[in-house]
Design a protein around this ligand. Structure first.
Ligand code: SF4
Length: 361
């Protein structure tokens, strides 16, 4: 695939010193100096009995997590010897995730529905999730592109301006693809030049059990990008830790009132900021901040301020100007228009004023 004809910036993106410094581990995977976390999770032996109850399995998982991250940090390609394991850290995560679908709490809604038995929670995603499309995406951030993007149908948010609402608000808009088959598609994309596999939607979180099972069958060293709204529960976050190389997070609102009004989401700000602080310890983080019209003071400035004060130079920030009033946006007059040039410039000037390093798009 001659992707660099279309995105020459992507070809040179990894030479940018700021990018190399901020997402050092991702770059070293692409340069074959180390391996993606999920591959290492398959090589890390753990002991557990799959019949144990979920609470005990989570305790076992927690007791291994830091030791595993040390293994990731100290991993040395030349010294490593592959051996057959009874159970790996990934097996433990798969066992927990699968049991959790019987009382689902992958995200902060914590619906506790039995998805295996056909019950549906807020997201309405079935136990066997649907994929609406997958392809090598050339329109992502330069350092991610080309990205093998897997679009899951369904979402745990109900954003009134969703640009992908036909996928996100209809969890049946796609088809179920078995784990081994999807793994094969990922392998093929890797050999066609994809820099990563990018799980998105809708939202990937309701599909966590399926994604972990898919990764068991992937043997190519392709980094994992988690392209999400960051509304995972605590256990959802723990299961991702040691699997995700890049957390590509939307940071949508600077307060809970706007989150409730436009995405129907309670406890937004405390949930996502807790997750951002957790994620940075287990992978590399990049933020997408979509600037909504009339939301500079209440949302964008508090978001940028929070990033500056809490994660400073450890993340990449993209300020997105492409908002369009789609779906139900015009039921809310204040967001029923595109962004003005003046608004976007105000955001850029504010980011510069507080000394935040960011990219525009
Ligand atoms: S993923 Fe979230 S919204 Fe969906 S059933 Fe599970 S807890 Fe509920």
């Amino acid at each position: 695939m001659i992707w660099y004809k279309y995105r020459p910036d992507a070809l040179y993106a990894l030479e940018d010193p700021k990018i190399r410094e901020t997402i050092r581990r991702y770059v070293s995977i692409l340069e074959e100096e180390t391996l993606p976390e999920f591959i290492l999770a398959k090589c890390f032996e753990v002991e557990f009995n799959p019949k144990e109850n979920i609470e005990d399995l989570i305790d076992i998982h927690d007791s291994y997590l830091q030791e595993f991250m040390k293994f990731v940090e100290e991993y040395d390609n030349e010294k490593f010897q592959l051996r057959k394991l009874k159970y790996s850290f990934l097996d433990l995560k798969i066992t927990i995730a699968d049991k959790l679908t019987e009382s689902c709490e992958f995200c902060e809604w914590r619906c506790k529905v039995n998805r295996k038995a056909g019950e549906k929670g807020f997201c309405r995603v079935r136990y066997k999730p649907k994929i609406s499309s997958m392809f090598i995406h050339l329109g992502e951030e330069s350092w991610i592109t080309p990205s093998f993007t897997v679009f899951f149908a369904g979402c745990n948010f109900k954003c009134i301006y969703c640009q992908n609402w036909d996928i996100s608000q209809n969890p049946e808009n796609g088809k179920y693809i078995e784990e081994e088959k999807l793994a094969l598609e990922i392998e093929n994309a890797y050999y066609e030049g994809a820099r990563n596999v990018n799980f998105v939607g809708g939202e990937p979180t309701p599909n966590l059990h399926h994604i972990l099972k898919v990764l068991k069958y992937v043997n190519s060293p392709i980094p994992v990008v988690w392209n999400s709204n960051a509304y995972e529960s605590e256990i959802g976050q723990k299961l991702l830790a040691g699997i995700v190389d890049i957390y590509l997070y939307d940071f949508k609102y600077g307060n809970n009132d706007c989150a409730l009004r436009y995405s129907k989401i309670p406890r937004y700000f405390e949930t996502v900021t807790m997750n951002f602080k957790f994620a940075i310890n287990y992978g590399e983080v990049s933020f997408r901040v979509l600037v909504l019209p009339n939301h500079i003071e209440c949302c964008v400035k508090p978001i940028l301020k929070w990033i500056k004060e809490n994660l400073e130079d450890r993340v990449i920030v993209q300020l997105l100007s492409q908002y369009r009033p789609k779906y139900k946006a015009c039921e809310y007059p204040e967001v029923c228009r595109t962004l003005t040039r003046k608004e976007y410039l105000e955001v850029v000037r504010y980011a510069e004023k507080i000394g935040l390093v960011f990219e525009t798009q």
